[in-house]
Write a protein that binds this ligand. Structure first.
Ligand code: GDP
Length: 594
């Protein structure tokens, strides 16, 4: 590594100038000056976004990297439904199927170029003339084995699928430019792939460039949790140049290797299951959907139900645009014949008839309407109950406000809320209306969307309804923070605090060989209870605390003794009463939430 490698600092999506100063070891005044020179007027408590903070860092000769919150496996490691469905197949019927690969990475690192390069070198048979249109996925053959590539690159598509619990990919190829290194979207992609439990292969791209610095990038990748197998880690890093078509065979080889070590199986004769890759309406052809068959074999003429649409497959095409009549596991196909446009990530299945398919859709629609009603009332509460069940560890918020001037006080007031037990985690704070991508993020990460003096776009509202995401709109900051605070209190384990019930004065001590010592007392304050704890106080000092062992009045066991009455008290584990001791009786009560 070169001596003058710039220091990289990790920063969140938004940060106050004060916090930025602390993180980068610079004075807030200096930061404010830099911002002023760049035409941004800011005060010390002002929240600036990552890009602005990155500019400040650059001026101070540092690199800024986006801090990506770790998504732990148990939090988000959902197993897609189709994989669960395949678990029903008898093991002896399962055979290897081609792996499905998706390409993720930072913008401009070469995802599209890589997908094109692989397609051109490995798909296009001389005579077929190659693929004339993209259907959202294609297959290549490497050493006579097929690999399926999803060719809508970028994590937006992946996130959309993941938010629907249905990602289809078995392997993620993470494209990282060798001259640019690990960037914010690289980290985001790593987080998503890990959360979805999909193995990652790194394509270290642009290796042809003079300024390529593979070692530096490998180090950055190791820091981001992907340690190269050359360094005894378990991530395969393949140097490639998508532009020069170099290293592509090695990349395909790595994919088959990883596929072999992850059992990727299906039953070609089993129940037909698959996922929608993309879908649209074509003026001439009607609804056109690209499906990935994940189990079983789909035939022309089959009746299918896909999310909320259904129909008989009128035509089926492969990725060359050639008509086909059947498609087995891991095959991407385009179909015609659905009555409505399904959504990417929807699962499909084959039914005995279109009539049955229609009935399933009706059922689903009814169920959605019912759930929507329930979710509307329950989503916030639902998040809280999931919290209480230990499924969530923080209250995640996506905050949208009309102006930066509103965002700052909202965030600082939220920060003032007691977060000892439950953390408020602002995943995203931005000015502007609530959009579809906010809802998508909320859905993928179990967050609530909070709007201040903004509206939700109609498409966002629709999506929120479908996904059961709670959007809460406010126009008074106080109401917003009060609601969140209330919510947090509702989420808190009921807090218990001590309540003193009463006090007794030890007048005499009686010894009994069988039970030990009994304090003969007079209750001087409040009440003494048997089902409570007792503190023995001598000369103002607590010398023992324990449970009440017995409470008697005139040889009778009693539940409680009131002020002014005499009684005999034993305390578990204590046998050393002395005349003049004060016994303080106490219990624990829940602090009411409110
Ligand atoms: P995407 O945003 O990740 O899909 O990136 P693109 O595939 O659009 O590539 C961004 C830019 O990088 C384009 O100008 C490509 O020509 C260039 N590029 C992609 N791969 C390579 C490579 O291997 N070497 C070089 N030198 N340039 C590349």
């Amino acid at each position: 590594m070169s001596e003058n490698t710039k220091k990289t600092v990790e920063l969140p999506a938004s940060i106050t100038i004060r916090d930025l100063g602390e993180r980068i070891g610079s004075s807030p005044i200096q930061i404010i000056k830099i911002l002023m020179n760049n035409g941004v007027m800011a005060n010390i408590n002002q929240i600036i976004d990552f890009d602005t903070a990155a500019v400040v860092c650059a001026e101070l000769n540092m690199d800024a990297a986006l801090e990506i919150p770790e998504i732990s496996e148990e939090e988000h490691g959902e197993i897609p439904l189709w994989r669960k469905l395949i678990e029903d197949e008898a093991p002896e019927n399962l055979v290897k199927r081609p792996p499905v690969v998706t390409i993720l990475g930072h913008v401009d690192h070469g995802k599209t170029t890589l997908l094109d390069a692989i397609r051109h070198t490995n798909v296009a048979g001389e005579e077929s003339g190659g693929i004339t249109q993209h259907i959202g996925a294609y297959q290549v053959v490497h050493n006579s084995r097929k690999i399926t590539f999803l060719d809508t690159p970028g994590h937006a598509a992946f996130t959309a699928m993941r938010a629907r619990g249905a990602q289809g990919a078995d392997i993620v190829v993470l494209v990282v430019a060798a001259n640019d290194g690990v960037m914010p979207q690289t980290k985001e992609a790593i987080a998503h792939a890990k959360a979805a439990r999909v193995p990652i292969i790194v394509a270290l791209n642009k290796i042809d460039r003079d300024d390529a610095n593979p070692d530096m990038v490998k180090k950055q990748l190791a820091d981001a949790g992907l340690v190269s197998d050359e360094w005894d880690g378990d991530t395969i890093i393949v140097p490639v140049s998508a532009k020069m078509k170099m290293g592509l065979e090695d990349l395909l080889e790595a994919i088959t290797l990883v596929a072999d070590s992850n059992t990727i199986l299906a039953n070609p004769k089993g129940k037909v299951i698959g996922t929608v890759i993309e879908a649209k309406v074509d003026k001439a052809r009607g609804v056109v959907a690209t499906l990935l068959v994940q189990n079983g074999t789909l035939y022309l003429g089959d009746a299918v139900v896909v999310g909320l649409s259904h129909g008989k497959i009128k035509a089926m095409y492969d990725y060359y645009g050639e008509k086909i009549e059947e498609a087995g596991p891991a095959t991407p196909i385009q179909i015609l014949g659905l009555n409505e446009v399904p959504q990417a990530g929807d699962l499909f299945q084959v039914t005995a008839s279109d009539k049955e398919a229609r009935a399933i859709v009706e059922d689903r629609k009814a169920k959605i309407a019912e759930d929507k009603q329930k979710k509307k009332q329950a989503s916030l509460e639902d998040i809280f109950s999931r919290f209480q069940a230990g499924e969530l560890r923080d209250l995640r918020l996506i905050i949208k406000a009309d102006v930066q001037g509103s965002l700052d006080p909202i965030i600082s007031t939220l920060n003032d809320i007691d977060q000892k037990e439950i953390k408020i985690n602002v995943l995203h704070a931005e000015t502007g209306n609530i959009s579809e991508s906010d809802i998508m993020l909320a859905s993928a990460s179990n967050a609530i969307v909070v709007g201040f003096n903004v509206e939700a776009d109609s498409s966002a509202n629709k999506l929120a309804e479908a996904e059961g995401i709670s959007i809460r709109l406010y126009s008074i900051i106080y109401r917003l923070t009060e609601d969140i605070e209330k919510a947090l209190k509702g989420m808190l384990e009921p807090e218990k605090h001590e309540v003193v019930l009463g006090k007794a004065h030890v007048l005499a001590v009686f010894s009994f060989s069988k039970v030990g010592k009994i304090a003969g007392c007079k209750v001087i304050e409040g009440i003494i209870r048997r089902n409570a704890s007792m503190r023995v106080i001598r000369n103002g000092q607590t010398i023992f605390e324990g449970e009440v062992a017995s409470l008697r009045r005139e040889k009778e066991n009693v539940r409680d003794v009131r002020e002014g009455f005499e009684c005999g008290i034993r305390v578990k584990g204590f046998n050393d009463f002395s005349e003049g001791d004060i016994l303080e009786c106490y219990t624990f009560e829940e602090v009411p939430a409110g």
